[in-house]
Design a protein around this ligand. Structure first.
Ligand SMILES: Nc1ncnc2c1ncn2[C@@H]1O[C@H](COP(=O)(O)OP(=O)(O)OP(=O)(O)O)[C@@H](O)[C@H]1O
Ligand SMILES: [Mg+2]
Length: 222
């Protein structure tokens, strides 16, 4: 599903990723760990073509993202759901409309939108809040709306950047369990985090970045 071959990325003269080679198979659930500044977000942005590597190749879902035309990037993004910290909900739109957005921009029919959004809201357990505005929801509920929006298009890959950053331990556990359920339905999941609780709760393969380098992998504990 994901392959990085000798990938390096620099900002100005500073190295954000150095010679990273890794492979993530279809159906895997992988945690991307490492301290602040290690390069986690940079790696995720490379996967959706939001950044280009200075060296190396990036493959996602059999597409070489490195050489993908700018005009082909929206097609890649339809296959990839993202839960990024800076990607907020629209405050004046209902929960339903927020989740419907990725489908609206693709011209999906109203019937299909209704069905898919209902399914996604049900999957994250907030169907009963569909007509509310984001401001009327708790932080954990808002995060679940973001996840619903990310999975509404049945992505082959779900990328989440610090999805539990603002959540207390109980909600963190809930969100990780939700990712496990989504993963069990066949979506490959990659979660970037520096939260040890996420690692303990997920109990899945861990890739660790340190100053832009990938550390040797430990054995999987489950
Ligand atoms: N747009 C940018 N311009 C300049 N430098 C950047 C940019 N984005 C990231 N960097 C630098 O690249 C390095 C890796 O940043 P990145 O955001 O990938 O780390 P991270 O592991 O996601 O950290 P955090 O846990 O704080 O989110 C850091 O040194 C950061 O300052
Ligand atoms: Mg980050």
């Amino acid at each position: 599903m994901i392959q990085l071959i000798h990938v390096s990325k620099r900002y100005d003269q500073r190295s954000a990723l150095s010679d990273v080679t890794l492979e993530i198979g279809k159906g895997e659930f992988v945690l991307l760990m490492g301290p602040s500044g290690a390069g986690k977000s940079t790696l995720l942005r490379l996967l959706i073509g939001a950044e280009r590597p200075d060296e190396g190749q990036v493959f996602v879902h059999q597409k070489n993202v490195t050489t993908l035309k700018q005009s082909d990037i929206p097609y890649l993004r339809r296959k990839v759901g993202t839960v990024f910290q800076d990607f907020r909900l629209l405050p004046k739109k209902s929960v339903f409309d927020n989740v419907a957005l990725p489908l609206l921009v693709q011209g999906v029919s109203a019937d299909d939108i209704s069905r898919k959004v209902t399914e996604a809201l049900r999957a994250v357990g907030i169907e009963h809040k569909r007509d509310q505005l984001p401001a009327g929801l708790s932080t954990g509920e808002q995060q679940r709306v973001c996840i619903a929006r990310a999975i509404v298009n049945s992505p082959v890959l779900l990328l989440a950047d610090e999805p539990t950053g603002n959540l207390d331990p109980a909600l963190t556990v809930e969100i990780i369990e939700l990712f496990k359920t989504i993963n069990a339905r066949g979506t490959t999941v990659v979660v970037a985090t520096h939260d040890p609780l996420v690692m303990a709760q997920a109990n899945r393969r861990v890739l660790t970045l340190s100053q832009g380098r990938l550390l040797p992998e430990q054995g999987v504990s489950s």
